[in-house]
Every structure is written in structure tokens, then in C-alpha cells.
Design a protein around this ligand. Structure first.
Ligand SMILES: CC(C)(COP(=O)(O)OP(=O)(O)OC[C@H]1O[C@@H](n2cnc3c(N)ncnc32)[C@H](O)[C@@H]1OP(=O)(O)O)[C@@H](O)C(=O)NCCC(=O)NCCS
Length: 145
């Protein structure tokens, strides 16, 4: 996992598309792709907000723009676009970087919304003192490379 920045997006992780990930058309199966994105976006958000206890409440703006193929190396990018009281929304995309041509093929873009929980209830974490402490710690922390 790394965090180089690209137009506001951070690289979260990569996946190699294998035979087991394909649908009968030979394209990357959308369900497999969405599972990768859900997990990657969850990890990304966890590290950005400093709180691990949340669930996915919404998935929208899903656009399968181009097929993924066996052998593709898919890079997943994410960025937080909105926080509410208990919710946080991140935009995520997956891109295949063609090794030989150097061209990028955007495969999917979508948005995930997560809700922070405490004792199994929505928890307004972004209004809490613990979030303010996290933000201050981030501001004071030396930059990671
Ligand atoms: C997430 C959950 C606790 C929210 O409970 P709830 O009673 O609807 O909570 P609230 O109505 O107080 O809403 C909480 C937040 O979620 C947001 N929200 C609710 N439904 C939403 C939706 N469909 N899309 C986006 N945001 C939504 C609200 O706007 C609110 O945001 P805010 O606090 O930032 O203003 C509940 O819906 C749940 O447990 N869902 C199942 C989650 C799950 O199992 N996910 C799959 C596995 S991770």
C-alpha cells in the first residue's frame, strides 16, 4: 500500500486480474471489481480519518467505463469528497496502466459512503473531540513519503 498523490487522488493498492476474476465474456467480473474497491476504499478512509469502526451504507455513481482483461494490473485510487456528522464519502476509481504503450484505461469510477458506528449505532465521529485530536495530530505529524 502506498500513497502517491494524483490530482487529489491517492493510490491505495493494486490488483492483478486473473482467470478466476473473469466473467463468461472474458471481462473482469464487476462484482469482483466492486469488492476490491469496497475493501480498498474502506482501508483508505480508515487511515485518513483515524477511525476503524464503520460500515458501508451507500454505493453510487457507479460507471463501468471500460472492460478489464486477464493480465491487467489494476491500480485503485481514492479521495475523500465529503464528511457529514457520522458519514464520509469517498470517490474511487480503478485504472489499468498499459505497460507497453503507457496509456491509461479507466475501468470504473464510483463513490462509497461509510457511516461511523459506536455501540452499533451511527456515531457523529466528525463532530467529536476524538476527531479533532486526530486532525491536530495529523497536522503536527511529519509528512510520510
Ligand atoms: C449505517 C446504519 C447504521 C445507519 O443507520 P441509520 O439509522 O440510517 O442512521 P442515520 O439515519 O442516523 O444516518 C447516519 C448517516 O448515514 C447517512 N446515510 C443514511 N443512508 C444513506 C445512504 N443510503 N446513502 C448515503 N448516506 C446515507 C445519513 O445521511 C447520515 O449521515 P450524517 O450523520 O453524516 O449526517 C444502518 O443503515 C446500517 O446498519 N446499515 C447496514 C450497514 C451494513 O451492514 N453494510 C454492509 C457491510 S459493511
Amino acid at each position: 500500500m502506498c500513497a502517491s498523490s494524483l490530482n487529489g487522488f491517492d493510490i491505495v493498492t493494486r490488483h492483478l486480474v486473473m482467470e478466476k476474476d473473469l466473467n463468461p465474456e472474458g471481462h473482469l467480473f464487476g462484482g469482483a471489481m466492486l469488492a476490491w474497491l469496497d475493501e480498498a476504499t474502506g482501508i483508505y478512509v480508515m487511515e485518513k480519518i483515524g477511525y476503524p469502526d464503520f460500515v458501508t451504507v451507500g454505493l453510487d455513481n457507479v460507471y463501468f467505463k471500460a472492460p478489464g482483461h486477464r493480465g491487467d494490473i489494476i491500480t485503485i485510487y481514492s479521495r475523500i469528497v465529503k464528511t457529514g456528522a457520522s458519514s464520509v464519502t469517498a470517490e474511487t476509481k480503478a485504472v489499468n496502466h498499459e505497460l507497453h504503450s503507457g496509456a491509461d484505461r479507466e475501468i470504473i469510477t464510483c463513490r462509497f459512503t461509510f457511516v461511523c458506528l459506536k455501540e452499533h449505532q451511527a456515531y457523529p465521529y466528525f463532530k467529536s473531540p476524538e476527531y479533532r485530536v486526530w486532525q491536530e495530530k495529523q497536522r503536527g505529524a511529519p509528512a510520510r513519503d
